[in-house]
Write a protein that binds this ligand. Sequence first.
Ligand SMILES: [Zn+2]
Length: 577
Amino acid sequence: MGGDLAGRHHVCSRRCAHGFLPPFRRSAEPAYGHARRRRPRAGPRGRQLVGGIGRSGRRTAPQPGCAHRAVGRPRTVDRGDLRHRTARSRDRRALPGSRRPSRRADGAAHRVGRGGRTQPDHRARRGGAGADVDERTVSDRGVRSAADHRAGHRRNCIDNRLDQHVVRATPDGQHVTARLLVRGGHVFDPIGGTAGPADVVVEGARIVDVGVGLDGDTAIDATGRLVVPGFIDCHVHVLLDDVDTLRLLQTPLSLRFFQAARNLRLTLRAGVTTIRDAAGADLGVKQALAAGLIDGPDMQIAIGMLSQTGGHGDEWLPTGECVHALWPPYPGRPSTVVDGVDEMRRAVRELVRAGADVIKVATTGGVISPRSDPRRAQLAEEELAVMMAEARAAHLHVMAHAQGAQGVKNAVRAGVRSIEHGVYLDDEAVDMMVKNGTWLVPTLSAPHAILRQADTSGGIADSTREKAAAALEAHEASVRLAHAAGVRIAMGTDAGISRHGENLRELELMNRLGISAVDALRAASTAAAELLDAGADIGELCPGKRADMVILEGPEISVEQLPERVRTVIHRGTVVA
Ligand SMILES: [Zn+2]
């Protein structure tokens, strides 16, 4: 992976609209410029595809094909916002380390000139004060660590802040400031279900413009490629590599966190820029990401899964031992096996206290729990009611692991936001989901993955293999039924049971069940963003939204061989793969 990246480390030393240092007066026609935008060209390509920031600084009116028509309308970005960002970025750009021009492998500094071509940057060879600064490590002065601290702090969110890091440290230790131009790709609009030729301009962690004939400091050539919003996976377990009980019992608890760091990196490189962890990851994992200690997507966490005795989260074995192979309780992850309203109330409160972004509950048995039946409903109505009351009090949604129809109905009636898996749906359950606006996160990848593991490792119980085999056909029929009835579907993979980094296979599986490529892509973009209550921030490529995007080989809107088509991944405005 890598994409055609030209001059991405260029740092301007002229004063521009963003307030960079002025060794020279700005000429009337700068050789390059941060804020310069060409007028849209006349003719068929002259049409602005989506609303952008016009010359007046106000976002232009949405045009035909615009992603803003219906839902997920982005906040207006006006010049005031840009000024605010400019002022703040000026402060940061005054840091000595932020002026360093990048160098290619041959050591030559380079920049992107007109037309995006890389040009040698002779200024960097002149020596003098600027060059001295270039050669010094900023951390010697304690400056970079302060900048990094601020950048890390700003990343700690899935919220709606427009202003993000404009100066960032790259893995090779350089600071970059840039308006990144993703040029000439076919930009996919999940709402309209179409793609058209357009450029995308990114500043800091945000998209600031989408249209034709745009310009930027650094460029990625996306000609002949499809540019899609960063994928969103609503059901992963980054603390799991697989469900081999024997292997898990031999794994020190701390090792699992290092494995999680690898899993997060694999997920991001696969093109998934936002995840919802459906049990396993705790607040420390989320904070490690936010602080920049590890690389990975933005994440929401459930921490644990509420379950009754004998339920899907109860790891009791017929020997009488309860081994905690999958979900060992520890200070960051409270025990979540509960019986009765009092225990339920306490457990939800403990999860909220531990930092959960969403409450996860199992209202049926499951496949990987050795003694539970996926078809049977679990937890009583009053237990679910108190769970909902506590979740609402904490302003959190509830996601329900639910496979059998009765457990699905109980969860929908209680008011959960999403049904996870939904293996044995019936007409009544589907009707209830449509009426209540309940989401389905199918995780079609999961039973396939369990059967594969059962063939290759010794730690999968026979009962688990049998339950997975029995679920396959019913699962597919249920997803078809739900889709036909108009149930809202968001992508989730159960990665951790399926392989991390192969998340996009889920969209191929959806497509094979008759879900169109456009609907599958929506399930991993706008729909998933809405499920995660993050629609104002992610899921589309338009001004004001977070610069999370994936460049796919070929311009066609298709999900066949999707993982193989990933060429470049941009997360929060930074090229990460
Ligand atoms: Zn799961």
